[in-house]
Design a protein around this ligand. Structure first.
Ligand code: SF4
Length: 377
């Protein structure tokens, strides 16, 4: 990246140092499961203002939490990065205009960018009674999604509601709420489930498209494998306690205060695919996530688990998974008395060792193929 390119980045993103920006791009490469050697290519893609894809963002049955999570991170200015690398032509919450003015900007963007714009769908789509339970600008959300999707270059369903129905589709589902992939059968829909989804997964998906000109590798449910390829249980910081048979039995008991595994409190980590324990929320790698604060995972990112299986019901651990890359628990050794961070203390070392092992393994693999699978141990 040339000095001029970086000057452009600085002008657009504000007070960010070149070192921080490159560090950020390296983290992004890591989050995508790529070699950090691809960071300069990612930096180049972000730096090029001509690559900004037009984005139309539609809201259906939802709480706007997905948009909120996008706007609330603090470092490194993720909202600026996302809003800078895309051209957000239409977003019902963030639009400066309203009413007919907003609808006109939607029609204009569709007309001028047919076949090129990215459609992001937030919220479930009610289909019962021809979709009359959610209307925007006089149209049903169902017809709006179908109309805008018809000419989209790429479609992303953000959040659990759009990805698989989420809360609006919970029993008894009076509005017939369903997901974007169900409504848009036959089209490729990238799904980023989570309640809320992690904004880094949206950013990583967009950056992948900008850097390599194609979507990241998806699983059978449309989820990018870089983010949803592993069970939460595999990378959870409390996993060494699970393996050692140390569980919290009740909220507030000694095991809970010492940071033991939350399986017996109904944790759905063993059946939920997501990268929450690795990238966490709020601040990349230094933030927090539900299990880290002592609350069992409720499986929001997994269809048929979140908002479906009761919160405190224990799930069956059907497929044994490898031990987490975390420091083992040594029962004889006194556990630090810090209530929430007892598990984190060992986890930090294990994460560092695990991250190094992953990095070394990736370096040994082909570094230039963004879809090159990471070999398993
Ligand atoms: S807290 Fe949940 S995800 Fe973490 S080890 Fe225990 S069961 Fe697995």
């Amino acid at each position: 990246m040339t000095t001029d390119d970086f000057k452009g980045i600085k002008a657009r993103l504000g007070d960010i140092s070149r070192r921080d920006f490159m560090r950020y791009c390296s983290i992004m490469a890591g989050a995508l499961g790529l070699s950090t050697g691809l960071a300069p290519r990612i930096a180049q893609a972000i730096a090029d203002p001509k690559r900004r894809p037009p984005v139309i963002w539609l809201h259906g049955q939802e709480c706007t939490g997905c948009t909120e999570t996008l706007l609330r991170p603090s470092h490194p200015s993720l909202d600026s990065l996302i809003l800078d690398i895309i051209s957000l032509d239409y977003h019902e919450t963030l639009c400066a205009g309203a009413g007919q003015q907003a609808e006109a900007s939607l029609a204009q963007s569709m007309r001028e960018n047919a076949g090129k714009y990215v459609l992001i769908i937030e919220g479930a789509i009610p289909v019962k009674d021809n979709g009359i339970y959610c209307k925007i600008g006089g149209k049903t959300f169902l017809s709006l999604v179908e109309e805008v999707a018809a000419q989209a270059g790429a479609i992303i369903a953000i959040g659990s509601c759009a990805a698989w129905g989420g809360i609006p589709s919970a029993h008894p589902n009076p509005t017939g709420a369903t997901s974007a992939p169900e409504v848009l059968k036959g089209k490729t829909v990238v799904t980023l489930p989570g309640c809320p989804p992690n904004p880094y997964n949206l950013l990583s998906t967009v950056v992948h498209v900008l850097s390599f000109g194609k979507l990241p590798k998806l699983d059978s449910l449309g989820r990018p494998t870089f983010a949803y390829g592993r069970l939460i249980h595999e990378n959870c910081e409390r996993r060494p306690h699970f393996d050692a048979g140390r569980f919290a039995e009740k909220f507030g008991d000694e095991g809970h205060r010492l940071g033991y595994c939350l399986y017996k409190l109904g944790c759905k980590g063993p059946v939920t695919h997501a990268n929450c324990p690795e990238i966490q929320f709020n601040d990349l790698g230094g933030g927090t996530w539900p299990v880290g604060t002592g609350h069992p995972c409720f499986g929001c990112a997994e269809k048929g688990v979140g908002f479906t299986i009761p919160m405190f019901t224990q799930v069956e651990v059907l497929s044994p998974t490898p031990f987490a890359r975390q420091a083992p628990i040594i029962p004889e050794r006194p556990v630090p008395v810090s209530p929430i961070t007892a598990a984190l203390a060992g986890g930090a070392l294990g994460l560092a060792i695990g991250a190094s092992a992953v990095a070394l393994r990736k370096l040994k693999d082909s570094p230039d193929d963004p879809d090159h699978p990471v070999k398993e141990d």
